[in-house]
Design a binder for this molecule. Structure first.
Ligand code: NAD
Length: 244
């Protein structure tokens, strides 16, 4: 395979957790990976490790996302939007700022990245597969994370609309719906053993997830093997959604 024939994949939030694990798996599979993250050092560390390229991006900013896609040699073949997260607050205490910032990152970040990637793919008449990392909290209940649930719920609605509008261009848009997964974002579970046991016992499959649990679905949805799949959500949550 020549260098240019390799698939070009952008991973937002690629500097840590689920995005970093996916970036490594994509590179293992022969893709050229752009590790895009607001944390430059983290992106560079992952890029060095996997032989990819790091790019600092703030997915809350249109100009920053435009610059990310303008830096590519061509339209990407695939985009994984993993940049996201939220701090906790009881619903009564969520401030205007926290609510809007959470939407701006989790819904807006996905929207902006998907839109810029799609514009490039359409201009260059290339197919594109987009996978968004949603959350099992998108449908609630989410104590202490109502604002995050709202943002992820909106991103799930959005991805189905984008899938419908962009299918005619050969652009597929799908999502994965993870339950609780051990990553740097969820360090609290590692520190607090009681919280961890409570989380584990609430999951029918009895354990918290690992980023590797998500990789087969991410790789499949991003690949041509899923060429007849769009507007779909793959739930990977230890059974959280069917817990009694
Ligand atoms: P993480 O904190 O390990 O990784 C998130 C990455 O996003 C970090 O590298 C961070 O620097 C980057 N990021 C944050 N804000 C950014 C911005 N404005 N622009 C660009 N990059 C930014 O978290 P994770 O657990 O790997 O989460 C990845 C995604 O999975 C998130 O969208 C999260 O909501 C979702 N998710 C996580 C879990 C879980 O339990 N870990 C469960 C469901 C969904």
């Amino acid at each position: 395979m020549t260098h240019d024939a390799r698939r070009l994949v952008v991973v937002t939030g690629g500097g840590s957790g689920i995005g970093a694990a996916a970036a490594a798996a994509l590179a293992d599979g022969g893709a050229r990976v752009v590790v895009a993250d607001i944390d430059t050092e983290a992106a560079e560390a992952v890029a060095r490790q996997i032989g990819g390229r790091a790019h600092r991006v703030d997915v809350r900013q249109r100009t920053s996302v435009e610059a990310l896609f303008a830096s590519l040699p061509r339209a990407p073949d695939a985009l994984l939007t993993s940049a996201g997260g939220a701090s906790r607050a009881a619903a009564l205490d969520v401030s205007e700022d926290l609510f809007l910032e959470t939407l701006q990152l989790n819904t807006g970040g996905f929207w902006r990245s998907a839109q810029e990637a799609a514009r490039l793919a359409i201009a260059e008449r290339r197919t594109l597969s987009i996978v968004h990392v949603a959350s099992s909290l998108h449908a609630g209940p989410a104590p202490g994370l109502s604002h995050f649930a709202a943002a992820k719920g909106a991103s799930v609605s959005l991805l189905r609309c984008l899938a419908q509008e962009w299918a005619e261009y050969g652009i597929r848009v799908n999502g994965i719906v993870p339950g609780p997964v051990d990553t740097p974002a969820t360090d609290a579970w590692r520190v607090d053993r009681t919280l961890r046991r409570a989380m584990e016992s609430s999951l029918p499959l009895g354990r918290i997830g690992r980023p590797e649990d998500l990789l087969p679905a991410i790789l499949w949805l991003l690949s041509d093997s899923a060429e007849w799949v769009t507007g779909s959500l793959v739930t990977i949550d230890g059974g959280r959604s069917i817990a009694p």
